[in-house]
Design a protein around this ligand. Structure first.
Ligand code: UDX
Length: 447
């Protein structure tokens, strides 16, 4: 919405939320205090806020005034009842639709921005048409493909914008009005229009394919470790095949983030609900492989440290699910820490952007043990050298650039010996690390 406001000064954009604290943070005089850390975003908010970009808790008023409403609420995996652990929870979508229906007194275009199961638009339309005040609603699907950490550049130069709508003349008219908004900065050739179901399913498909690439290279990483092949060399060799391409082939401790796992589970659930068990099993394997990768990374730390980490200090560099974000949702670090805490390790975490409260919250959310034990077992510090001091081992969980530039000799000198580094992101140079004295292991190379 900030980018739309920046690129379309003639359009008034109002972002509403029930959460008073969040909206207050978006309105904070110092734009560096906005609640999301995303390179470039605060400057854009600074430029547009108060001009044609507004943040407010007056939801009803904003609905009443708007001609077009983007629904951008969470669709987490269901944690209860039918579809528990797999299906998307559409509670918030439904609440939005009901609120829009009850307030709207003029025709509106409702845009699904949240990632949704295919055919959700049908449910949204049903609610709007049956509980509304007789006004006309057009539903569009406009999934978002931005990645965190690069959100601003992704939005300014998207590979494509996807808009799905009804194939009726009214549907086409609604599609055209959204195309016109994006056409303020995106070349028309890159704005794809489809029917609603293709658009909804394309989003799930894109995320499934991306996650599948990571799981595929991670599956190879384990084979590389056994055979003496080097996964980075294999990735380079296959990536130069133009049919495969070089992106998304970085082997790692496992993918995280708010989308990949949730969307694949959702896809699996949808496939199963149509009785397509082979399709469901095929995609579920991407998740199974990812869980395996996280577990075997943690397991390797334990076995390498002479089969026990009990009472040992393990330093985590990184907690976010990838660099340049403070988002920790489904981060591999959470699961690796959980595993090591079960082994009675003392975990100390440093992440340049993630705060202690979030880290403890992430562990408590798993409900593996009491909050008190999580707090006792996981110390969070704001200095990387302190995190590593007297540690038996360091695990790199996020690929923050600054980790490469640390004084690794100093870190080595202050650690317990032998000093181990487990590079879960393959960002450090093995030869250099060994020259400092470390016993160094990365993902996908033989040790
Ligand atoms: C993803 C999609 O890329 C984006 O299009 C969609 O809109 C939202 O979901 P995001 O979750 O922000 O974006 O991050 P992404 O860059 O895709 O990375 C996801 C996870 O995969 C991260 O944990 C990342 O570290 C990991 N990853 C990615 C790898 O391990 N190796 C890779 O080669 C690429």
């Amino acid at each position: 919405m900030a980018i739309i406001a920046q690129k379309c000064p003639h359009i008034k954009v109002t972002v509403v939320d029930l959460n008073v604290e969040r909206i207050a943070a978006w309105n904070d005089e110092d734009v560096n205090n906005i609640p999301i850390y995303e390179p470039g975003l605060s400057d854009i908010v600074k430029e547009a806020r108060g001009r044609n970009l507004f943040f407010s808790t007056e939801v009803d008023k904003a609905i009443d005034e708007a001609q077009m409403i983007f629904i951008s609420v969470n669709t987490p995996t269901k944690t209860y009842g039918l579809g528990k652990g797999m299906a998307a929870d559409l509670k918030y979508i439904e609440l939005c639709a009901r609120q829009i229906a009850s307030i709207a007194k003029s025709d509106k275009i409702v845009v699904e921005k949240s990632t949704l199961p295919v055919r959700t638009a049908e449910a949204v339309k049903n609610i709007l048409d049956n509980t509304g005040n007789g006004v006309q609603f057009q539903i569009l699907s406009n999934p978002e493909f931005l990645a965190e950490g690069t959100a601003v550049t992704d939005l300014l130069n998207p590979d494509r914008v996807l808009i799905g709508g009804d194939t009726t003349p009214e549907g086409q008219e609604a599609i055209d009005s959204l195309v016109e908004i994006y056409a303020n900065w995106v070349p028309k050739g890159q704005i794809l229009t489809t029917n609603l179901w293709s658009s909804e399913l394309s989003k799930l498909t894109a995320n499934a394919f991306l996650a599948q690439r990571v799981s595929s290279i991670n599956a190879m990483s384990e084979l590389c470790e056994k055979t003496g092949a080097d996964v980075s060399e294999v990735a380079r060799a296959i990536g130069m095949d133009s049919r495969i391409g070089p992106k998304f082939l970085k082997s790692s401790v496992g993918f995280g983030g708010s989308c990949f796992q949730k969307d694949i589970l959702n896809l699996v659930y949808i496939a199963k609900s149509y009785g397509l068990n082979e399709v469901a099993d095929y995609w579920e394997q991407v998740i199974i492989m990812n869980d395996h990768q996280k577990r075997r990374f943690a397991n390797n730390i334990v076995t390498t440290l002479y089969n026990t980490v009990s009472g040992k200090k393990i330093a985590f560099l990184g907690w976010a699910f990838k660099k340049d974000t403070n988002d920790t949702r489904e981060s591999a670090a959470i699961y690796v820490a959980d595993y090591l805490l079960n082994e009675q390790a003392n975990v100390t975490v440093f992440d340049p952007q993630v705060k202690q409260k979030q880290i403890h919250h992430d562990l408590n959310y798993l409900q593996t043990r009491d909050a008190e034990l999580n707090q006792k077992g996981t110390v969070v510090v704001d200095d990387p050298y302190e995190a590593c001091k007297n540690a038996h081992a360091i695990a790199i969980l996020t690929e923050w650039d600054e980790f490469r530039d640390y004084d690794w000799q100093k870190i080595y000198d202050n650690m317990q010996k032998p000093a181990f580094v487990f590079d879960g992101r393959n960002i450090l140079d093995a030869k250099k690390m060994e020259s400092y004295g470390f016993i160094f292991q990365s993902v996908g190379t033989a040790n």
